[in-house]
Design a protein around this ligand. Structure first.
Ligand code: ADP
Ligand code: MG
Length: 369
């Protein structure tokens, strides 16, 4: 066979580039929701209400009572790389917000219909806008795309409809609405534990009883409420840090060189009286929900010493380390993280868990004998 003639190389159309890029960031309704939740928390919200239709494919609406968005910022809100959270590269090393890339809303606007209702404290009324492919669009044919005044309370509501209507491959990769809804609930539940001072509500559109509803409480109470009494009554508390003697002197990440070595961890984990079929592991590093198979493995091996074969624990672990020593989900889809001194830190945490778990174990043992 003669060699094929090469096909011409062509520049992709910008809207196609954006749509492909958006699909890389927004995999499914739950990944969009994670981004939106983080925006609410960044905006200082103390109440977050989520409404979902068809597993988030038909509708994903998230309302917060945070700082709102200035009307003058609305035209560039859904543009790529527009953010209020950093100004310079060095801001990245003292990041206190989840966001900084300015990509989430832009991405969503490329794969769904997005509208926003927002009101700042000083605005006399709320403003409503609609977006498509990064830019403002008229809500209805014949109207202008400018923000429309409307009634509304302080805060922001983001409404996402018909997710992946223009990306059939993404759409076909989705599971059933009930499975997508389960993933949404899982994300909300984990954030509701970690942000136990924030009230969360998650429900299906049209239903009166929410699947999830919390009011401000402590983390262990939130675990009890959201993961059930069987876990709640067996929780053991752990706190470990790099330098227990003066760990409160300065906040981690305040910029000094030796901060890179500082870390602190807080955990709630179940005593051996609780035995699940698989490990439930909530890991937050610098308040981000992440995954680390090496940390998980280390903790599971502690429990394998005290639990019968095939039984697993519930573990919530919140680790704070210098932002410079962790490659936090610098990319939104990058959930598995690695961090500096990972082995040492993991060992200290495992040892601490080992200690409380075996103490509680021997106590149970004594009671039984
Ligand atoms: P990033 O969070 O990385 O800045 P996003 O695309 O998620 O990028 O959001 C862009 C900007 O929109 C944010 O920097 C913020 O100023 C504003 N924003 C988004 N969501 C909210 C919200 N719920 N409340 C207030 N401001 C918001
Ligand atoms: Mg964001």
């Amino acid at each position: 066979q003669p060699p094929l003639d090469p096909l011409p190389i062509q520049r992709l159309h910008e809207s196609l580039i954006n749509r492909i890029a958006a699909g890389e960031i927004i995999h499914r309704p739950a990944s969009a929701l994670k981004e939106l939740l983080e925006n609410c928390l960044d905006a200082g919200a103390t109440s977050i209400r989520i409404t979902v239709k068809d597993g988030g494919m038909k509708l994903l609406q998230i309302q917060d009572n945070g700082c709102g968005i200035r009307k003058s910022d609305l035209p560039i809100l859904a543009e790529r790389f527009t953010t209020s959270k950093i100004k310079s590269f060095s801001d990245l090393s003292r990041l206190t917000t989840y966001g900084f890339r300015g990509e989430a809303l832009a991405s969503i606007s490329h794969v769904a219909h997005m509208s926003v209702v927002t009101k700042t404290k000083s605005d006399p009324c709320a403003w409503k806008t609609c977006y498509s492919e990064g830019v403002l669009v008229p809500p209805k044919a014949g109207q202008t795309p400018d923000p429309k005044p409307c009634a509304g309370i302080d805060g922001t509501t983001i409404i996402i409809e018909d997710m992946f209507y223009n990306t059939p491959t993404r759409m076909s990769a989705l599971r059933s609405p009930s499975e997508e809804y389960a993933r949404i609930l899982d994300v909300v539940t984990k954030y509701a534990v970690h942000n136990s001072k924030v009230a969360f509500l998650c429900k299906k559109a049209g239903s009166v009883t929410p699947e999830l509803s919390t009011s401000p409480t402590s983390i262990d109470q939130a675990i009890r409420l959201l993961y059930g009494h069987a876990i709640g009554k067996e929780l053991l508390h752990i706190e470990v840090s790099s330098s227990p003697t003066n760990s409160t002197s300065r906040p981690i990440g305040s910029g000094d060189v030796d901060d890179a070595e500082k870390w602190s961890a807080k955990a709630y984990c179940t005593s051996p009286n609780y035995q699940a079929k698989k490990t439930v592991f909530l890991l937050f590093i610098n308040h981000r929900l992440v995954e680390s198979s090496s940390v998980k493995r280390a903790i599971e091996s502690v429990y394998s010493g005290v639990l019968p074969k095939g039984a697993f624990p519930f573990v919530y672990l919140s680790l704070e380390i210098d932002p410079r020593s962790v490659d936090v989900n610098v990319h939104p889809t990058k959930r598995e993280v690695i961090f500096l001194n990972e082995e040492d830190i993991t060992e200290r945490i495992s040892d601490a868990i080992q200690q409380v778990v075996s103490q509680s174990h021997s106590r149970t043992f004594q009671y039984q004998t």
